[in-house]
Design a protein around this ligand. Structure first.
Ligand SMILES: C[S@@+](CC[C@H](N)C(=O)[O-])C[C@H]1O[C@@H](n2cnc3c(N)ncnc32)[C@H](O)[C@@H]1O
Length: 206
Protein backbone atom coordinates (compact mmCIF):
# COMPACT_ATOMS: atom_id res chain seq x y z
CA UNK A 1 0.00 0.00 0.00
CA UNK A 2 1.36 3.43 -0.97
CA UNK A 3 0.49 6.90 0.36
CA UNK A 4 -0.98 9.53 -1.95
CA UNK A 5 -0.71 13.29 -1.30
CA UNK A 6 -3.72 13.19 1.08
CA UNK A 7 -5.14 10.55 3.45
CA UNK A 8 -5.91 8.24 0.53
CA UNK A 9 -3.82 5.09 0.45
CA UNK A 10 -3.17 3.50 -2.94
CA UNK A 11 -3.08 -0.24 -3.55
CA UNK A 12 -1.71 -1.21 -6.99
CA UNK A 13 -3.41 -4.62 -6.64
CA UNK A 14 -6.81 -3.02 -6.03
CA UNK A 15 -6.27 -0.82 -9.08
CA UNK A 16 -5.49 -3.91 -11.18
CA UNK A 17 -8.23 -6.27 -9.97
CA UNK A 18 -11.22 -3.92 -9.51
CA UNK A 19 -12.60 -4.27 -13.06
CA UNK A 20 -12.47 -8.07 -13.15
CA UNK A 21 -14.06 -8.34 -9.69
CA UNK A 22 -16.81 -5.92 -10.70
CA UNK A 23 -17.44 -7.98 -13.83
CA UNK A 24 -18.24 -11.03 -11.69
CA UNK A 25 -20.14 -9.09 -9.02
CA UNK A 26 -22.52 -7.66 -11.63
CA UNK A 27 -23.82 -11.18 -12.19
CA UNK A 28 -24.25 -12.11 -8.54
CA UNK A 29 -25.14 -8.95 -6.57
CA UNK A 30 -28.79 -8.05 -6.07
CA UNK A 31 -30.06 -5.09 -8.12
CA UNK A 32 -30.52 -2.99 -4.96
CA UNK A 33 -29.77 -3.28 -1.26
CA UNK A 34 -26.84 -2.99 1.14
CA UNK A 35 -23.40 -4.47 0.44
CA UNK A 36 -21.14 -4.83 3.48
CA UNK A 37 -17.49 -4.88 2.52
CA UNK A 38 -15.16 -6.44 5.08
CA UNK A 39 -11.49 -5.38 5.14
CA UNK A 40 -11.99 -2.55 2.63
CA UNK A 41 -8.34 -1.49 2.88
CA UNK A 42 -7.63 1.69 0.95
CA UNK A 43 -11.28 2.13 -0.14
CA UNK A 44 -10.50 1.98 -3.86
CA UNK A 45 -12.84 -0.98 -4.39
CA UNK A 46 -15.72 0.67 -2.53
CA UNK A 47 -15.33 3.80 -4.66
CA UNK A 48 -15.06 1.83 -7.91
CA UNK A 49 -18.03 -0.45 -7.21
CA UNK A 50 -20.20 2.39 -5.86
CA UNK A 51 -19.61 4.43 -9.01
CA UNK A 52 -20.48 1.46 -11.24
CA UNK A 53 -23.49 0.23 -9.23
CA UNK A 54 -25.39 3.35 -8.11
CA UNK A 55 -28.55 1.43 -7.10
CA UNK A 56 -26.63 -0.39 -4.36
CA UNK A 57 -25.59 1.07 -1.00
CA UNK A 58 -22.07 0.21 0.17
CA UNK A 59 -20.93 -0.16 3.77
CA UNK A 60 -17.14 -0.28 3.84
CA UNK A 61 -15.28 -1.38 6.97
CA UNK A 62 -11.78 -2.10 8.21
CA UNK A 63 -9.96 -2.98 11.41
CA UNK A 64 -7.33 -0.25 10.84
CA UNK A 65 -8.06 3.44 11.56
CA UNK A 66 -5.63 4.58 8.84
CA UNK A 67 -7.57 2.51 6.30
CA UNK A 68 -10.91 3.91 7.46
CA UNK A 69 -9.53 7.45 6.92
CA UNK A 70 -8.40 6.43 3.44
CA UNK A 71 -11.81 4.89 2.66
CA UNK A 72 -13.48 8.16 3.74
CA UNK A 73 -11.25 10.13 1.38
CA UNK A 74 -11.78 7.77 -1.59
CA UNK A 75 -15.57 7.60 -1.16
CA UNK A 76 -16.45 11.14 0.04
CA UNK A 77 -18.15 12.07 -3.23
CA UNK A 78 -20.47 9.04 -3.37
CA UNK A 79 -23.99 9.29 -1.95
CA UNK A 80 -24.27 5.50 -1.96
CA UNK A 81 -21.29 4.81 0.34
CA UNK A 82 -21.84 4.92 4.09
CA UNK A 83 -19.06 6.09 6.42
CA UNK A 84 -16.55 3.30 7.00
CA UNK A 85 -17.03 1.39 10.23
CA UNK A 86 -14.53 -0.32 12.52
CA UNK A 87 -15.11 -4.04 12.08
CA UNK A 88 -12.77 -6.79 13.24
CA UNK A 89 -13.99 -9.84 11.34
CA UNK A 90 -12.62 -12.20 13.97
CA UNK A 91 -14.94 -10.89 16.69
CA UNK A 92 -18.69 -11.62 16.90
CA UNK A 93 -19.74 -8.03 17.77
CA UNK A 94 -20.21 -6.52 14.34
CA UNK A 95 -21.78 -3.02 14.39
CA UNK A 96 -24.39 -3.95 11.78
CA UNK A 97 -27.49 -6.16 12.00
CA UNK A 98 -28.21 -6.97 8.37
CA UNK A 99 -26.85 -6.74 4.84
CA UNK A 100 -28.01 -8.02 1.47
CA UNK A 101 -24.52 -9.09 0.43
CA UNK A 102 -21.11 -9.41 2.10
CA UNK A 103 -17.92 -8.92 0.12
CA UNK A 104 -14.37 -9.59 1.26
CA UNK A 105 -11.36 -9.12 -1.00
CA UNK A 106 -7.86 -10.30 -0.13
CA UNK A 107 -8.18 -10.69 3.64
CA UNK A 108 -8.18 -14.42 4.44
CA UNK A 109 -4.55 -15.13 3.56
CA UNK A 110 -3.21 -12.07 5.34
CA UNK A 111 -4.97 -12.50 8.68
CA UNK A 112 -5.22 -15.37 11.18
CA UNK A 113 -7.75 -18.13 10.38
CA UNK A 114 -9.99 -16.68 13.12
CA UNK A 115 -10.69 -13.73 10.80
CA UNK A 116 -12.09 -16.05 8.11
CA UNK A 117 -14.05 -18.01 10.72
CA UNK A 118 -15.52 -14.75 12.05
CA UNK A 119 -16.18 -13.47 8.53
CA UNK A 120 -18.27 -16.49 7.63
CA UNK A 121 -20.11 -16.59 10.96
CA UNK A 122 -20.84 -12.86 10.70
CA UNK A 123 -22.05 -13.10 7.09
CA UNK A 124 -24.36 -15.97 8.10
CA UNK A 125 -25.84 -13.80 10.90
CA UNK A 126 -26.42 -10.77 8.67
CA UNK A 127 -27.59 -12.20 5.36
CA UNK A 128 -31.15 -13.15 4.46
CA UNK A 129 -31.84 -16.43 2.66
CA UNK A 130 -30.22 -16.25 -0.80
CA UNK A 131 -27.93 -13.42 0.39
CA UNK A 132 -24.50 -13.40 -1.29
CA UNK A 133 -21.15 -13.92 0.39
CA UNK A 134 -18.41 -13.14 -2.16
CA UNK A 135 -14.75 -13.82 -1.40
CA UNK A 136 -11.80 -12.93 -3.62
CA UNK A 137 -8.16 -13.81 -3.31
CA UNK A 138 -5.48 -16.43 -3.90
CA UNK A 139 -6.46 -19.85 -2.52
CA UNK A 140 -5.20 -23.42 -2.47
CA UNK A 141 -7.41 -26.00 -4.19
CA UNK A 142 -7.30 -29.67 -3.20
CA UNK A 143 -5.52 -31.81 -5.78
CA UNK A 144 -3.95 -28.81 -7.55
CA UNK A 145 -0.41 -27.54 -7.07
CA UNK A 146 -0.12 -23.84 -6.34
CA UNK A 147 1.07 -21.73 -9.25
CA UNK A 148 4.76 -20.83 -8.69
CA UNK A 149 3.88 -17.18 -8.02
CA UNK A 150 1.34 -18.19 -5.33
CA UNK A 151 3.84 -20.65 -3.84
CA UNK A 152 6.33 -17.79 -3.39
CA UNK A 153 3.59 -15.51 -2.06
CA UNK A 154 2.43 -18.14 0.44
CA UNK A 155 5.99 -18.70 1.72
CA UNK A 156 6.47 -14.95 2.09
CA UNK A 157 3.19 -14.59 4.03
CA UNK A 158 4.13 -17.44 6.39
CA UNK A 159 7.55 -15.89 6.94
CA UNK A 160 5.91 -12.56 7.81
CA UNK A 161 3.41 -14.18 10.22
CA UNK A 162 3.05 -17.87 11.08
CA UNK A 163 -0.77 -17.60 11.20
CA UNK A 164 -0.99 -16.17 7.65
CA UNK A 165 -0.98 -18.06 4.38
CA UNK A 166 -3.18 -19.13 1.49
CA UNK A 167 -6.34 -20.94 2.63
CA UNK A 168 -7.84 -24.11 1.15
CA UNK A 169 -11.10 -23.53 -0.70
CA UNK A 170 -12.36 -26.78 0.87
CA UNK A 171 -11.69 -25.55 4.41
CA UNK A 172 -13.49 -22.28 3.70
CA UNK A 173 -16.44 -24.12 2.17
CA UNK A 174 -16.60 -26.47 5.14
CA UNK A 175 -16.99 -23.45 7.44
CA UNK A 176 -19.52 -21.86 5.10
CA UNK A 177 -21.70 -24.94 4.79
CA UNK A 178 -21.69 -25.49 8.55
CA UNK A 179 -22.82 -21.86 8.92
CA UNK A 180 -25.75 -22.30 6.52
CA UNK A 181 -24.43 -21.49 3.05
CA UNK A 182 -24.91 -23.59 -0.04
CA UNK A 183 -22.28 -25.07 -2.35
CA UNK A 184 -19.87 -22.47 -3.75
CA UNK A 185 -19.52 -21.21 -7.26
CA UNK A 186 -15.81 -20.74 -7.94
CA UNK A 187 -14.70 -18.38 -10.69
CA UNK A 188 -11.09 -18.28 -11.91
CA UNK A 189 -9.75 -14.75 -11.94
CA UNK A 190 -6.63 -13.13 -13.42
CA UNK A 191 -3.24 -13.61 -11.72
CA UNK A 192 -4.20 -16.98 -10.18
CA UNK A 193 -6.92 -15.59 -7.94
CA UNK A 194 -10.40 -16.98 -7.35
CA UNK A 195 -13.80 -15.64 -6.55
CA UNK A 196 -15.77 -17.92 -4.24
CA UNK A 197 -19.49 -17.17 -4.17
CA UNK A 198 -21.88 -18.58 -1.60
CA UNK A 199 -25.62 -18.12 -1.11
CA UNK A 200 -27.18 -18.25 2.34
CA UNK A 201 -29.74 -21.02 2.51
CA UNK A 202 -31.19 -20.14 5.91
CA UNK A 203 -30.61 -22.05 9.12
CA UNK A 204 -27.40 -24.09 9.43
CA UNK A 205 -27.94 -27.76 8.61
CA UNK A 206 -28.71 -29.86 11.73
C1 LIG B 1 -4.30 -7.06 1.66
S1 LIG B 1 -5.35 -5.91 2.44
C2 LIG B 1 -6.75 -5.93 1.33
C3 LIG B 1 -7.52 -4.65 1.36
C4 LIG B 1 -8.59 -4.50 0.29
N1 LIG B 1 -9.69 -5.42 0.47
C5 LIG B 1 -7.99 -4.68 -1.07
O1 LIG B 1 -8.21 -5.72 -1.70
O2 LIG B 1 -7.27 -3.76 -1.51
C6 LIG B 1 -5.95 -6.79 3.86
C7 LIG B 1 -6.94 -6.00 4.68
O3 LIG B 1 -7.45 -6.84 5.70
C8 LIG B 1 -7.68 -6.03 6.84
N2 LIG B 1 -7.81 -6.92 7.98
C9 LIG B 1 -6.89 -7.74 8.52
N3 LIG B 1 -7.38 -8.42 9.55
C10 LIG B 1 -8.69 -8.04 9.68
C11 LIG B 1 -9.75 -8.39 10.55
N4 LIG B 1 -9.56 -9.27 11.55
N5 LIG B 1 -10.94 -7.82 10.39
C12 LIG B 1 -11.14 -6.92 9.39
N6 LIG B 1 -10.19 -6.53 8.53
C13 LIG B 1 -8.97 -7.09 8.68
C14 LIG B 1 -6.49 -5.11 6.86
O4 LIG B 1 -6.66 -3.98 7.68
C15 LIG B 1 -6.38 -4.77 5.37
O5 LIG B 1 -7.18 -3.67 5.04
Amino acid sequence: MRMTGDTRLFSPAAERNAASILHVLRTYLPPAGLVLEIASGSGQHAAYFAAALPALQFQPSDIEAQNRASIAAWTAEFGNVRPAIMLDASTPDWPLQRADAVLCINMSHISPWAATQGLIAGAARLLPPHGLLALYGPYRQAGKDLEPSNEVFDADLRRRHPAWGLRETGAVTDLAQKAGFGAPEIVSMPANNLMILYRAIGSPPA
